[in-house]
Design a protein around this ligand. Structure first.
Ligand SMILES: [Zn+2]
Length: 142
């Protein structure tokens, strides 16, 4: 199974728009807590995502909603033309600035992941780059 945007839960069908995925995340957590979803159905992060989370994840104060054992980390992937199909992991503001100066329309996917239980969920997708030179996203909290 190769890694790509489709490996990020909630990432399907999104093209260019800023979408808030908190509702979908909350729904999934509720379904798990009600016993309608098993742990292995929600804790199924791709190994590549867990590797990126371990190496480049930005720490948060957010306790993992599934295992409640540790805090989730945020991983930002950028996808777009001339970038690898599996995306580029962006871990510094400088890297994000560089990508945001691209003339290509790019999309930054901010994902939360738990390296303990492998819970993961897309938090938001932000358009960056392009000829309009949009403001780059901050390394996201919340
Ligand atoms: Zn967890």
């Amino acid at each position: 199974m190769s890694f790509g945007a489709s490996s990020l839960r909630g990432a399907t069908g999104l093209r260019g728009a800023v979408v808030d995925h908190r509702f979908a995340r909350r729904h999934l957590i509720n379904e798990f807590r009600r016993g309608r979803l098993r742990k292995d159905q929600v804790c199924d992060a791709h190994p590549e995502l867990i590797r990126a989370a371990s190496n480049f994840g930005a720490p948060t104060q957010v306790r993992c909603p599934i295992c409640e054992q540790q805090e989730v980390v945020l991983v930002t992937y950028v996808f777009g033309p001339r970038l690898p199909a599996f995306g580029r992991v962006v871990s510094t503001a400088a890297q994000m600035q560089t990508l945001s100066r691209s003339n290509d329309d790019l999309a930054a996917y901010v994902v939360e992941a738990c390296t303990g239980c492998r819970w993961h969920h897309l938090l938001r997708v932000l358009p960056i780059g392009g000829r309009k030179k949009r403001t780059p996203p901050q390394q996201a909290q919340g």
